[in-house]
Design a protein around this ligand. Structure first.
Ligand code: NAD
Length: 410
């Protein structure tokens, strides 16, 4: 509770730190802080979540108890895109479950997590309970291999998630590896138009499209595509790109020159490859940074890299289909299954979608269906490697062992 109060008192400083090292706007950084502190709220109820179970008199004079016990040392390896929220999916719950933690910060955003660790000590966290390592791939792999580490929580790209999952599993460790995504938003002709367009723009271009739950494909159903693409372009034209610290800026820079080059490469190849480049964000924003404005492609085909790959930038692909069945075929063909949403006012369409879509986090008229910390954060298919997801009861199960005691007294 003291840590929560301290984080709230330092919210402005933390928001400035997130914006400074990640580039997202201050408003987005403040929203991230709220989602991070929410993880602490979940931990505040930990005594009820750690309660065991007992079964008395299973045989004459014999009782059985199930107790939750900590694992020992657990490791957390985190990405650049949420410098506070993603680490807070890991260490608060791991510690609340009785473990000590070694976090490996993202080498691209090391400052915010360092400050979070300092504030943990200031709140009275015992020394040695939350530990912080700086470094990149070698450091992460050394941490995973260390014999004292019992479990590994990882969040990052698919390529690295596979490596981390394999290395940790080979060493006999418990592992949860949250990975990349390609999130689809299906738009039905009967949707509530204005809020839908607003949600799509927010989901596609918020945090520069550098969210694992970012919308990267819109599946336009029926005869709405022309109007939808026109409105998305108009909305994107109004997004102001610049220094995230300025109050009138909606979208900051992407994380690095390498990220800029990768994203711009997709835009260049997409324009050559048959998709229609409706809005080109290259060259937007102030000079001298990794700025890239919102980019929209129409008539994207499902055999293109624009549809297939996680681009992880402000690039939105529109795929046109005739009906909901075809829309579901498109969504379910993706190798990923993190988030997927439908925009409709029809209960029947919503119900069909939630039953048939292959994604762990499903939205109905919600552009970014990232759930609250009280339930598991759950991707499917290539978006997740492991068994127990982050947060909620899965998080508690991940960070604890169950010891079953059968006893008899004479
Ligand atoms: P990344 O995979 O490059 O790095 C993640 C972490 O892994 C960093 O700490 C990095 O130092 C470390 N790392 C890099 N190479 C490694 C290697 N070979 N072995 C071991 N560790 C290594 O990811 P990123 O670019 O920082 O983050 C963006 C990615 O994270 C996107 O793909 C995004 O979808 C994903 N992500 C997923 C979720 C989710 O919930 N599924 C949430 C946030 C981000």
């Amino acid at each position: 509770m003291r840590y929560k109060v301290l984080l709230e008192q330092h919210a402005q400083e933390l928001a400035e730190s997130i914006t400074r090292e990640n580039g997202k706007t201050l408003a987005e950084a403040r929203a991230e802080i709220g989602r991070g502190i929410e993880c602490l709220d979940f931990c505040l109820a930990i005594p009820s979540l750690l309660m065991g179970r007992a079964l008395a008199d299973v045989a004459h004079g014999v009782d059985v108890e199930v107790l939750r016990v900590p694992l020992g040392v657990v490791a957390g390896i985190v990405p650049f895109n949420f410098p506070m929220m993603v680490p807070m999916w890991m260490y608060p719950l791991a510690i609340a479950c009785g473990n000590t933690v070694v976090m490996k910060a993202s080498e691209r955003v090391p400052l915010t997590l360092t400050r979070l660790a300092e504030l943990f000590l200031e709140a009275g966290g015992p020394p040695g309970v939350l530990n912080l390592l700086h470094g990149s791939a070698d450091t992460a792999m050394a941490l995973i291999a260390h014999p004292h580490v019992r479990a590994v929580s990882f969040v990052g790209s698919e390529r690295v998630a596979r490596q981390v999952y394999e290395a940790a599993a080979r060493a006999g460790k418990r592992v949860q590896a949250l990975s990349g995504a390609k999130n689809h938003l299906v738009v039905m002709p009967d949707c509530a138009w204005e809020p839908t367009v607003g949600q799509i723009l927010q989901a596609a271009f918020g945090s520069q499209g550098q969210r694992c739950m970012a919308a990267s494909v819109v599946v336009a159903v029926g005869d709405i595509a022309d109007r939808l693409v026109a409105d998305l372009k108009d909305g994107a034209d109004r997004i102001r790109v610049g220094d995230g610290r300025e109050p009138d800026v909606d979208m900051g820079p992407v994380i690095s020159q390498a990220a800029y080059d990768r994203i711009a490469g997709y835009v260049a190849r997409g324009a050559l490859g048959g998709a229609e480049l409706v809005r080109d964000g290259r060259g937007e924003g102030p000079p001298g940074g990794y700025f890239l404005g919102p980019t929209v492609f129409d008539r994207v085909s499902v055999d293109s890299e624009l549809w297939r790959d996680e681009i992880f930038g402000p690039v939105l692909a529109v795929v046109r289909v005739k009906d909901l069945d075809e829309a579901l075929e498109v969504v379910n063909q993706s190798a990923y299954g993190n988030g997927a949403s439908i925009f409709t006012q029809s209960g029947a369409h919503a119900r069909a979608f939630r039953e048939r879509v292959e994604a762990g986090m499903v939205g109905i008229n919600v552009g970014v269906p990232a759930p609250v910390a009280y339930v598991p954060f759950a991707g499917w298919k290539a978006s997740f490697f492991g068994d127990l997801h982050a947060n909620g009861e899965d998080g508690v199960n991940f960070y604890t062992e169950r010891r079953v005691i059968t006893s008899r007294f004479y």
